[in-house]
Design a protein around this ligand. Structure first.
Ligand code: C2E
Ligand code: MG
Ligand code: MG
Ligand code: MG
Length: 290
């Protein structure tokens, strides 16, 4: 019986494996095609300073306009792209597109708002990353001070390598932020070794701040720590007024989340920028909270 059961398990495992790898193969070739056919696009989620009521940044987030499946979220293809290495050309495309779009907004007379771009660890480990980013900045004409690179903590990261690379990137004039802070590699030692401008508090901590005292304590401590380290801090995944209030009361004024705005398609992002500049021009800079 045991043997039979084992055999069945083996077969089940085997056929599941097959369909998983088949799926992977299909997805991989589809993704290659998507890149070549320009099916990828960026949405932009605003980051708001709730103390001033101004947009302080946009995070560029990739989407895939699939011919049959419609708009596909990154969660459905970024992990595959990471495994297959396709994240490198996708990430390069996203960086270039974000810089190009930002420069175009400036040239069109829209408010100057920095853009953040996610860098995968595979890109981070890539040869001559710094030279590539420098080239992209020159080619698009974007002021390096308007580009922020979001890096996720990772255990595969060699501290000395990362430190050297980040210092090299800083020399370009770009900003560095740590994405999903608190969920990854838990060593705090890099916080003093790396030239980090900003921590992004992961949304898993923000989600339960009103109900879980531990999450509330963690978030409050991260905020206090950034103040002592002279870093900026932004909370991700803010979905409610109560969460916003908690963050405001704890001196975290930079907010990104559905409560203020989801990631927006380009025309909607432009519309929002115009709204905010018109409001500022009319002197209606009344902060939503004080
Ligand atoms: P991330 O960098 O942490 O980006 C924030 C994600 O949180 C976005 O998901 C955003 O839509 C979502 N989000 C924002 N506010 C809220 C909220 O209030 N509640 C909830 N539940 N979610 C919120 P999205 O766009 O699906 O992207 C998922 C992840 O995919 C990103 O997480 C990032 O790690 C990755 N990604 C997206 N674009 C790129 C890219 O160009 N390159 C790389 N390497 N990764 C990317
Ligand atoms: Mg991010
Ligand atoms: Mg990220
Ligand atoms: Mg994040």
């Amino acid at each position: 019986r045991a043997k039979e059961k084992g055999k069945n398990n083996y077969q089940l495992f085997n056929s599941e494996m097959k369909s998983v790898s088949l799926k992977r193969l299909t997805l991989e070739s589809e993704l290659r095609r998507a890149l070549a056919k320009n099916e990828l696009l960026l949405h932009y989620q605003p980051q708001i300073n709730i103390a001033t009521g101004r947009i302080v940044g946009f995070e560029a987030l990739v989407r895939w306009q699939h011919p049959e499946r419609g708009l596909v979220a990154p969660g459905e293809f970024i992990p595959f792209a990471e495994d297959s290495g396709l994240i490198v050309p996708i990430g390069e495309w996203a960086l270039k597109e974000a810089c190009r779009q930002n420069k175009q907004w400036q040239d069109a007379g829209l408010e100057v708002v920095p853009v953040s771009v996610n860098l995968s660890i595979r890109q981070f480990m890539q040869h001559q990353l710094c030279a590539r980013i420098g080239r992209t900045l020159r080619e698009t004409g974007l002021d390096p001070g308007l580009l922020e690179l979001e890096i996720t903590e990772s255990c595969t990261m060699d501290i000395d390598y990362a430190s050297d690379l980040l210092h090299e990137l800083k020399k370009l004039g770009v900003k560095i932020s740590i994405d999903d802070f608190g969920t990854g590699y838990s060593s705090l030692s890099y916080l003093k070794k790396f030239p980090i401008d900003k921590l992004k508090i992961d949304r898993s901590f923000v989600r339960d701040i009103m109900t879980d005292p531990n999450d509330a304590a963690i978030v409050a401590s991260i905020i206090a720590m950034t103040r002592h380290l002279n870093m900026e801090v932004i909370a991700e995944g803010v979905e409610t007024e109560e969460q916003l209030r908690f963050l405001h009361d704890n001196q975290c004024h930079l907010i990104q989340g559905f409560y203020l705005s989801p990631p927006l398609a380009v025309p909607d992002a432009e519309h929002l920028m115009k709204l905010y500049s018109a409001q500022a021009a009319a002197g209606e800079e009344s902060p939503p909270l004080n």
